[in-house]
Design a protein around this ligand. Structure first.
Ligand SMILES: [Zn+2]
Length: 180
């Protein structure tokens, strides 16, 4: 028995043509058990609405919760909210595909009676988060990044000192005059 067995949806005996609802919880254990997970902490509620058709399954995913991420600006950690809806199409075939394609379609062997959605939940969490993750703004519209860290990072930036010197470099002033 694997930790991820709780993310199995047994669909074989379910009635066709109507919607079947399932609820799953994603918590720190989920990420701990997930090999190579980029995230370590988070709570996400996952609602799945499954429709069974003769040739395929359609799974509507609704994810809501928060994931701890690293801010790309100040490198501090914060919980990023998630509120995401997407659809996964599952075609019946003679084999199982590991990854969904551009159309979010996968193939499972028609002999299967379960579909495990743990990996898909992980992929959808990734899609739900923005590529650039930055601390949110406060009520006054100011960034909530760590100010001490920002100052340190600014000092470490290449060119931090040279730029200042360049402004007062007389040769630079001369060049500017020539160009004007
Ligand atoms: Zn930040």
């Amino acid at each position: 028995m694997s930790f991820f067995d709780i993310y199995n949806i047994p669909f074989k005996d379910l009635e066709q043509g109507r919607i079947h609802k399932f609820e799953f919880d994603v918590n720190n254990d989920f990420f701990e058990n997930f090999e190579y997970s980029e995230y370590k902490e988070g709570q996400v509620k996952v609602l799945v609405e499954l429709t069974i058709n003769p040739d395929n399954l359609v799974l509507e995913f609704y994810l809501s919760g928060k994931i701890k991420v690293v801010c790309d600006v100040c490198l501090g950690e914060f919980f990023h909210p998630i509120d995401y809806h997407t659809t996964l199409y599952v075609k019946f075939g003679d084999y199982n595909t590991q990854w969904f394609d551009y159309d979010q379609e996968i193939v499972i062997n028609r002999a299967e009676s379960n579909i495990n959605i743990a990996k898909h939940i992980y992929d959808f969490i990734n899609l739900a988060l923005p590529i650039k993750k930055v601390h949110p703004l406060d009520q006054n519209g100011r960034p909530t990044c760590d100010p001490v860290m920002l100052e340190k990072l600014d000092e470490l930036k290449p060119g931090h000192h040279e730029e200042k010197e360049q402004d007062i470099d007389p040769r630079w002033e001369q060049l500017k005059k020539l160009l004007n």
